[in-house]
Write a new protein. Structure first.
Length: 179
């Protein structure tokens, strides 16, 4: 069955089509939610809430982007909403910000992906979200600003500061022998 047909059936509340669409995307969307939630139970809750929201708002899906990308954005928004509900998220005052672009994300070859992910988890919340959305989810600053409801300048600044903190955290890996 073509995806367009499947989505059209879902729009008509065809439960079998909804189940097919759910099965097609549930594993990938769980992975996205789990990167944010760090807890399988919360990630499953977020994923379920995201699918419910997607099925409720399916009439708003217009096909401009791939369905998976549209659904992923809902999962990310639900993840961030759940995290915000449990903690206060501080916003940055855009007026006093100056951004210097630095696209060098290289790290020592001896540092593992797991160590990088663990270091990202240690970042302050406002830097962690932007860093995850940029590095792990591949969003640009315009998309991040829309998702987090911050300016593009704030997105760039938080990414730059998060990157600096991330480099500091990774510098102390391998028993502090790296400089």
């Amino acid at each position: 069955m073509f995806q367009v047909d499947l989505i059209e059936k879902c729009k008509r509340n065809d439960r079998k089509a909804q189940l097919k669409l759910y099965r097609k995307y549930c594993d990938a969307m769980f992975c996205v939610a789990n990167r944010f939630m760090k807890n399988t139970f919360d990630a499953e809750d977020v994923m379920q809430e995201a699918f419910l929201r997607a099925f409720q708002k399916l009439d708003q899906y217009n096909g401009e982007v791939a369905f998976g990308a549209w659904l992923k954005r809902i999962v990310i928004n639900k993840s961030i909403d759940k995290l915000k509900a449990s903690k206060y998220m501080i916003s940055v005052d855009d007026i006093q910000l100056e951004v210097v672009e630095d696209d060098d994300w290289t790290v020592d070859d001896h540092i593992s992906l797991e160590e990088i992910k663990a270091a990202i988890d240690q970042l302050p919340e406002k830097y962690r979200y932007v860093t995850m959305l940029y590095l792990m989810e591949g969003y640009d600053h315009q998309e991040i600003s829309e998702i987090l409801n911050i300016s593009q300048t704030a997105s760039r600044t938080q990414l730059m500061r998060g990157k600096g903190k991330l480099k500091e955290l990774l510098k102390h890996k391998r028993n502090g022998t790296r400089h």
